[in-house]
Design a protein around this ligand. Sequence first.
Ligand SMILES: [Fe+2]
Length: 387
Amino acid sequence: MDSITAPRRMLIGGGSIARLAELLAGFGLSRPFIVTDRWLVSSGMIDRCLAPLTAAGMPYRLFDETVPDPTDVVVAAGLDAFRAGDHDCILGFGGGSPMDTAKAIAILAATGGHIREQKVPRAADRAAVPVVCVPTTAGTGSEVTRFTVITDTERGEKMLIAGLGALPVAAVVDYELTLSLPPRTTADTGIDSLTHALEAYVSRRANPVADMYAERAMRLIGPHLRRVYRDPEDRPAREAMMLGATLAGLAFSNASVALVHGMSRPIGAHFHVPHGLSNAMLLPVVTRYSLPAALPRYAAAARWIGCAEAGDADQLAGVKLLEELAALNAELAVPSPAAYGIPADRWEALLPLMADQALASGSPANNPRVPDAAEIVALYRQAYGST
Ligand SMILES: [Fe+2]
């Protein structure tokens, strides 16, 4: 049996943020607690979110203390702020960090305790109030997923929290919010989206509905990722990437991510590498390792991404996929962990712990080829000096 989830309503298209108040009102909501970050406030981007609320006379409160790799500490502070007001929903406005923080606050408001008590394998199915998400990157896909990733600051672990409590009831997917994103963030978030679609499609938990989302996502992201990196103002390419990111989110939320994400979270937790970038550092090495276990699926992905011809045999398409992932990292200036500045001795010393944390997240078990801890350590070593 497959279990499929998605938000109850999504507004998709340029300018759709202007309909935010109408969207909330449709659910009987009118008093949002808005979770965002300081840059989105200081840059004025937040006005795109606040203007329709103000025009509709909806009172709101802003919580702008979200940090990259959102922490249990920030979630606790957000919960206090949420409880200090009278709110009937939580609105996550920003990249993955504000959206994931918004989800975690909604869950913790229902459960109490510490957010680590909700991590997998527990089902975090309860939320105190509905969550509505508005992504400003393309992207984590968090606006449509039943996941949130929060760092446990005491244990140095990026925790995966999964359940219906993390699934937004609604999302606004407006590519115009991404037009001002700098190339680095554009590349990192875009590779994250590509990784979501590819991992969902080769996952052991793949299913026909997730496959449909993954295929369409790869067809959109493949031809447009380089374009948005080179020209941030390329509106058709921005629009394609935004839809691709959301569809990739629906793909992995209904299948899973796999080994790249499993190994990526510990890199983020220990070395504070942005999420999409740590995925990119691992994607070529992990795909080479995994390819023989799901060759027809990787070959199909290569054709949809656009790096293999329709008539290429699977073996050739697989080789072309590996070449494409390496070329993409080179063109998008993705550094190796070494080039990023991670010292070799610290990397080496942490590998056993990182491998254990990767396995504990459950994601490697969804990979077409399932590694043990020693193989994960070997893959981390391979990735260290290469991209
Ligand atoms: Fe991701």
